[in-house]
Design a protein around this ligand. Sequence first.
Ligand SMILES: [Zn+2]
Length: 341
Amino acid sequence: MSEQDNLEELGKSALARVAQAATSAQLDEIDTEYLGRKGELTLQLRKIGSLPADQRKDFGQAVNDIKVRITDAIEARKKTISGGEIDAKLAAEAVDITMPGRFYRIGRPHVLVQTLAKIKDIFIRLGYEIVESPEVESYHYNFEALNYPLDHPAIDEQMSFYINDERLLRTHTTAYQHRQMEKRKPPIMVCTMGKCYRVDAVDATHNHTFHQVDCFCVDRGITMADLKGTLYQFAVEMFGADTNIRFRPDFFPFVEPGAEVAVTCSICAGKGCNVCKGSGWLELAGAGMIHPNVLRGAGIDPEEYTGFAFGFGIDRMPMVQHGIDDMRLFMDNDLRFLRQL
Ligand SMILES: [Zn+2]
């Protein structure tokens, strides 16, 4: 085999390897192997001195031709490969914008907060001012100012959470009434709502912590008819247009006369069911005309002004509405339960 043929073979195998190279790094290796300082073609050029003088020019020309072809082939291949590498990189880093996003569960108000918000909205529209009131209350405001005689059995009966001799966790939201009467002048229309506490044997329908709403109105010429109208309007907005209300005499120290107020059972529409124990009525509120002693104690003249007051628990409302049979579920913070409401 002549030197020329050797050269041709070398060139072919180099070009074949360039054509098969798959990465830029492989092309760099081929470049070094053939064209580098100790590369195959560089070694060929060094042979020139040992050739007969008449062959040297052609041989040198041939080596250079092959060098140029290999160099061009490597450059061309590099361009192709780097284009492919960019495509591959882009493909690997691609974001699939059609994939569904991550789902985050959206929170919602607690069912009792929802109920309180609805009640608040109704009383605001009836003209009441919603006020904050302390959960830690004095014995005076919780009992004494509301006309409870010191030896009244209710004081022991309610078995309150006393903090010291003077202070206790309020047993009813009615405790705020005297605070409001003392610092306002009639006409007064205020409403408060929140937590109340009593020492009670905890079961499905009793808890040590429960929620109440209390409203009262004082002005000249307020009568029992205003009380009935207000509670009727509330009942219709809260429970539906077909709701009716029933008043029966009852006793509370801070009202005279006092009444127990019931509304049409919303489960059976008054026909009688398990929830209303067949009566067609559900107890809603304690109510009445504010006792003259309470008004007088707050510096309001009962000869000039009269007022009505009513209060009710709210925990039973969502129980009836959603058919929940255990009051404790509201305070247990079990999300599996609360997410259903
Ligand atoms: Zn019923």
